[in-house]
Design a protein. Structure first.
Length: 145
């Protein structure tokens, strides 16, 4: 499973990855492409692992209220300055050199945003530089959950 794969990757850096949810989520009832949503989660969790130091913490939290699914990925990593909140969602825009923090192309967050927006949702970030970051996304279902 996606969570088990991410948990293995986190354990290599001794990062504790937690899953929190308000109640069992009826994800099979959500009218969204599960492969694309898995890709979003993989991108967000992979980034959290990449930018969180050894012995850090990452929490994936999911909740459903009425028709709104809200997901957060929170880490206690390096953080992001507020002036870069939009820049990080632009294709091939990395805030660090290619060889820093295990590299990457700078496309993961752009892809995540496109997927969420194509599903009618919204994705955003809040961070305290030097203390950690939380990515949020929400999706509204057309069916009652």
């Amino acid at each position: 499973s996606l969570f088990a794969d991410m948990e293995r990757a986190a354990s290599q850096k001794r990062i504790h990855l937690r899953l929190q949810h308000s109640h069992p989520l009826p994800l099979v009832m959500l009218p969204f492409d599960p492969d694309r949503l898995s890709q979003v989660l993989q991108n967000l969790i992979s980034n959290a692992i990449k930018y969180t130091p050894e012995d850090g913490d990452i929490t994936l939290s999911c909740s459903v209220q009425q028709r709104l699914l809200t997901v957060t990925v929170t880490d206690n990593g390096i953080g992001i300055l507020e002036k870069h909140y939009e820049t990080i969602f632009r294709i091939f825009k990395r805030l660090h050199g290619r060889d820093e923090y295990s590299g990457g192309t700078g496309s993961g967050l752009t892809i995540a945003r496109k997927i969420i927006e194509r599903h009618g949702g919204h994705i955003w970030v809040r961070s305290i530089y030097g203390q950690g970051t939380t990515f949020y996304f929400n999706l509204e279902s057309k069916i009652e959950l």
